[in-house]
Ligand binder design. Structure first.
Ligand code: FEO
Length: 389
């Protein structure tokens, strides 16, 4: 296991998690990486570490360049354990190293590891001189934890961006140009939709700072390093964090005996006739984290569930809980579903959608199987409501 050179005396020394498929509820179908960076200068510096179980991989990659005990600084950009997990081990190996963190990082690291590391606290504007090069710190709280920070190296025009601009994507190609552009942009979009979306306002602030810097390389803490498509990923982040929606409706549902499904397709027909881009997402076949990616620019979020034992279907409940946590702003929604005798699922679905901050444009409730006339009535009502609400 070797380090990968990024620029003269700057190396990627992270770990590749080929088998990861679940990152707290997010389907990581292409695995993940935990990126750490080694800078050889008068002061030898490690930026971030890896998940604890990958510590040996990190150590092997560092050892391919230098004795890890010689590290002077270990920078912790983020307390979440996919990046800080190997800090205790690295601090044990690099006995003279100083841990660099921000005020919230100081609290978080102490709460996680119950140790008093030799450390220094930095804030926005502070500069750490490594010898020939410098690192300028920018605190980016809530992108996506209170303790996030990034640093910029002006001499090499590299932004070490931690989670921002990352993707869950395992590959032996460390740079963007070694991978399919469409796949890495799509994975970055999925990462944004599932991790960063609730903090879009903070991302916009981070992008304002980034606009003042001359950035050639973005070295994030997950996935590939942006070098060829640096401008492209910054433009995409501007778009995703703007919360601007397209004329697009996503219809998400589960169904027991196809009645709710029939309603879902009737709803889709109306949107299609109104010139909307539509997307059908049966929760039996689509993962909630992939649906979130689809919702990033959807004006309408329509959710259907039949009533099962006076309740929402489990797949729909799981999706609604996940959606409520991420709550994209300013969306319109429709709740619908079939029932036999209780019929509670429709109001329960609407309640979740309201709690997510969405405007409820319509609710459709169908006893047993919808007839052609029922579906036609649904379409007429929805078409009218879309025109007036
Ligand atoms: Fe990649 Fe928020 O940790």
């Amino acid at each position: 296991m070797k380090a990968v050179k990024i620029k003269e005396d700057i190396y990627w020394v992270g770990a590749i998690d080929w088998d990861l498929r679940n990152f707290h509820g997010y389907l990581t179908q292409r695995g993940a990486t935990y990126n750490a960076y080694l800078i050889i200068d008068e002061k030898i510096t490690l930026i971030d570490t890896v998940k604890e179980q990958f510590a040996d991989e990190l150590i092997k990659r560092i050892s391919s360049i230098i004795d890890p005990s010689k590290i002077d600084y270990i920078i912790s950009n983020h307390v979440e354990m996919d990046h800080s997990g190997a800090i205790p081990k690295m601090m044990d190996i690099a006995k003279n190293a100083q841990l660099i963190t921000c005020p919230n990082g100081e609290k978080g690291l102490s709460a996680h590891y119950k140790r008093d590391f030799n450390h220094r606290v930095v804030k926005t504007g502070d500069i750490l001189n490594l010898g020939k090069r410098n690192l300028q710190f920018v605190l980016t709280p809530m992108v996506h934890w209170p303790d996030n920070m990034v640093e910029y190296m002006p001499e090499e025009k590299i932004l070490f961006s931690n989670d921002s601009f990352g993707q869950h994507y395992a590959s032996s190609g460390r740079f963007d140009y070694e991978n399919s552009k469409d796949i890495i942009i799509d994975e970055a979009k999925k990462y944004f939709a599932n991790i960063v979306l609730p903090y879009s306002a903070q991302v916009r602030k981070e992008l304002e700072v980034a606009a003042t810097l001359d950035i050639e390389i973005i070295a994030s803490s997950h996935g590939i390093i942006w070098e060829k498509y640096t401008k492209k990923i910054v433009e995409e982040y501007k778009k995703w964090s703007s919360n601007k929606v397209l004329k697009k409706a996503v219809i998400i549902y589960d169904t027991m005996w196809h009645s709710t499904e029939k309603m879902a397709y009737a709803i889709q027909e109306v949107f299609e006739e109104k010139g909307y881009f539509t997307s059908m997402k049966n929760l039996q076949h689509n993962h909630i984290s992939d649906i979130m990616t689809e919702l990033i620019d959807a004006e309408y979020i329509c959710v259907g569930s039949p009533t099962l034992n006076n309740n929402i279907m489990p797949n729909v409940a799981s999706f609604l809980t996940y959606l409520k946590g991420l709550s994209p702003k300013g969306r319109k929604s429709i709740a619908f579903g079939s029932f036999g005798w209780g019929g509670q699922s429709i109001a329960q679905t609407a309640e979740y959608l309201k709690d997510s901050g969405f405007e409820i444009v319509d609710m459709f409730k169908q006893k047993y199987i919808p007839s052609s006339e029922d579906l036609n009535n649904l379409k007429i009502k929805l078409a009218e409501d879309l025109a007036t609400k």
